[in-house]
Design a protein around this ligand. Structure first.
Ligand code: SF4
Ligand code: SF4
Length: 136
């Protein structure tokens, strides 16, 4: 099997989103207080949440050693995929299910990332070990 380039598979959320490109991840890991406050303001406006800079931290969807951002830690898609499809929704026989459809309605970027990852998996690609599943 051909491995998906690390750039593409590292820190893939179960839904398919790229955690390594996520504003919460980047500001939390590499940004200062101002960056975290800006992301909190932007994401509160975008999703109707009430975040502060202190909420802006995440170690990635598949990182079992760290904490996830509020929404992602409680994400029903994540909880489902951990049990049902550790490689992620793109490898799940149920996709695209009602849970994922709901998430896509909230965050349309999931659809594009899911479709791209599904196509890669169908072509024989595999996720790298960078983002370990909680079942491993
Ligand atoms: S799990 Fe964390 S890094 Fe990944 S999309 Fe969610 S908030 Fe961003
Ligand atoms: S049932 Fe839906 S949410 Fe669960 S792993 Fe499959 S596609 Fe993802």
């Amino acid at each position: 099997m051909t491995a998906i380039p690390a750039q593409n598979s590292a820190f893939r959320a179960y839904c398919g989103l790229r955690c390594d490109r996520c504003e919460v991840y980047l500001a939390g890991q590499h940004g200062g207080e101002q960056a975290r406050t800006t992301v909190a303001r932007n994401w509160s406006a975008r999703y109707g949440w009430n975040l502060t800079g202190a909420d802006i931290h995440c170690s990635g969807c598949r990182n079992t050693g760290g904490e996830q951002f509020l929404f992602c830690g409680n994400c029903t898609v994540r909880q489902c995929a951990i049990k049902r499809s550790p490689s992620g929704c793109a490898a799940c026989s149920q996709a695209i299910c009602a849970l994922l459809t709901e998430l896509i309605a909230l965050e349309p970027a999931v659809q594009k990332e899911h479709d791209q990852l599904q196509a890669e998996l169908k072509n024989g690609a595999v996720l790298s070990a960078v983002g370990k599943s909680e079942e491993e």
